[in-house]
Ligand binder design. Structure first.
Ligand SMILES: [Zn+2]
Length: 392
């Protein structure tokens, strides 16, 4: 067992209200923290730190829990910058470009997909993300969905089967046939490689009835439900997520009062994806309304080549503060503890004794700089599971 003291922490965000100032962020000053192997073993005033094998003085910088990005589509090939440029010239986002990525992904080798995913995962770690969820959904054949989930599993245990992303072109005249495949052979082949089941429940994607069918089949196969909903238009996504006890319903751009009431009365997290709203020039969700109603909110990137080619949680925090009426403290909490809640994980998203040592040192004296200095190289260094990663 090796132990490392991280000391001279000017501002430590723990997300533990029992620590420090008693706020929901549990902010302590002049603090120190001990890592033992993969976990946090001690937290307290720097002056009372116990002896350790190694010592790191971080010079008064701020420390926050590693970001939990609970919604990505990281395994894919190609890019869609022309589609982005067309949208910025006035075209509307419809989700129709997904097949472009499906075609490129099917044509890519395992090695090419693996190298590309590793590149994006490294970009995420460099911006402070220590946990990622990854969905399939750019294969849409039994063999390709399996391939994507196996590669995703090399990067994270939080893998999601999303055969119900869109209906592929070859099934354009046979939706039911595709759903039979998704709920039958594809699910049976993929479920050993996934923890979660997800469906794109929205205009132009899957209907309420189709969504219920896929979620029920996934649950029957032992997967846990989560959902894309209410992105493009108001629809039944939030209500279905709550009905199925989903861990999270993601996007939540178009909500009515009954959606907010249903979320507030449930354990389902509302995961907001401001990178997608930014990249599709869409309205942002009203995070203020959700928070004021008592809904648990998470922030994630939705990293994908079509609607949100964003790997940076600090950018999402800045957008959430500027455009979604969240305070810097609420946005940081949503990107850490909120993401952990959206993945139903207890040992991440906070810094307490026993938590995984996912630790981000900011090139700043306070976490507020995450929103205050958008696009600055804000992460000085990070530890993931107690292992240090070099600065950028
Ligand atoms: Zn998504």
């Amino acid at each position: 067992m090796t132990s490392t003291l991280i000391t001279n922490i000017g501002e430590l965000v723990t997300n533990d209200p029992a620590m420090g100032d008693g706020s929901f962020l549990g902010v302590a000053h002049d603090a120190a923290l001990v890592i033992e192997d993969e976990h946090v073993a001690w937290i307290g005033p720097a002056s009372k730190a116990p002896p350790t094998d190694a010592r790191e003085d971080i010079g008064g910088r701020a420390v926050v829990p590693g970001f939990v990005d609970s919604h990505t589509h990281l395994v894919f090939a190609g890019e869609r910058s022309a589609e982005f440029a067309a949208r910025m010239a006035g075209e509307r986002y419809t989700g129709g470009g997904i097949m472009t990525t499906v075609t490129a992904t099917r044509a890519a080798s395992d090695t090419a997909l693996r190298v590309h995913t590793a590149h994006l995962a490294a970009e995420m770690l460099a911006s402070g993300t220590t946990t990622i969820e990854i969905k399939s959904g750019y294969g849409l054949t039994v063999a390709d969905e399996l391939r994507l989930l196996r590669i995703a599993g090399e990067f994270t245990p939080e893998t999601t089967f999303m055969g119900a992303h869109v209906v592929p072109l070859e099934f354009a005249n046979d939706r039911d046939g595709y759903l039979d495949l998704v709920c039958g052979e594809m699910l049976a082949t993929c479920s050993p490689y996934a923890r979660w089941i997800d469906v794109f429940c929205d205009t132009g994607a899957f209907s309420a009835e189709e969504t219920r069918r896929v979620l029920a089949a996934g649950i029957e196969a032992g997967l846990l439900p989560r959902l894309h909903g209410n992105q493009i238009q108001h629809g039944p996504g939030v209500q279905i997520a709550v009905e199925f006890g989903a861990a999270s319903v993601d996007h939540c751009t178009h909500l009515d009062d009954s959606d907010i009431e249903a979320l507030a009365a449930s354990d389902t997290v509302a995961t907001l994806l401001p990178g997608a709203d930014f990249s599709t020039r869409s309205p942002y969700p009203d995070a203020r309304r959700l928070l004021d109603a008592g809904v648990t909110v998470a922030l994630a990137t939705d990293c994908n080549p079509g609607s949100s080619f964003v790997t940076s949680i600090p950018l999402c925090i800045a957008l959430a503060v500027r455009e979604m009426q969240m305070t810097p403290a609420e946005a940081l909490h949503a990107a850490t503890a909120g993401g952990a809640a959206a993945l139903r994980r207890e040992g991440i998203g906070h810094l307490s004794v026993g938590a995984r040592a996912d630790i981000v040192v900011l090139e700043a004296t306070t976490f507020v700089h995450l929103a205050y200095r958008p696009a600055a190289p804000i992460v000085a260094r990070a530890w993931r599971g107690g292992a240090t990663s070099p600065p950028q």
